[in-house]
Design a protein. Structure first.
Length: 44
């Protein structure tokens, strides 16, 4: 995967929620909201 430069939109990827449910980033920001992604390594 190519590196993302500052100011570029994030790629549309699927991530797992804390409820163990997959969600596409495009779903989360589809209504114009901002999205903050936090990676919690200690929960793995």
């Amino acid at each position: 995967m190519a590196k993302i430069k500052v100011g570029q939109p994030a790629p549309d990827v699927a991530l797992m929620t804390l409820e163990d449910r997959p969600i596409q980033l495009s779903e989360a920001w589809s209504n114009g909201r901002n999205v903050l992604v936090i990676f919690l390594r200690h929960l793995a």
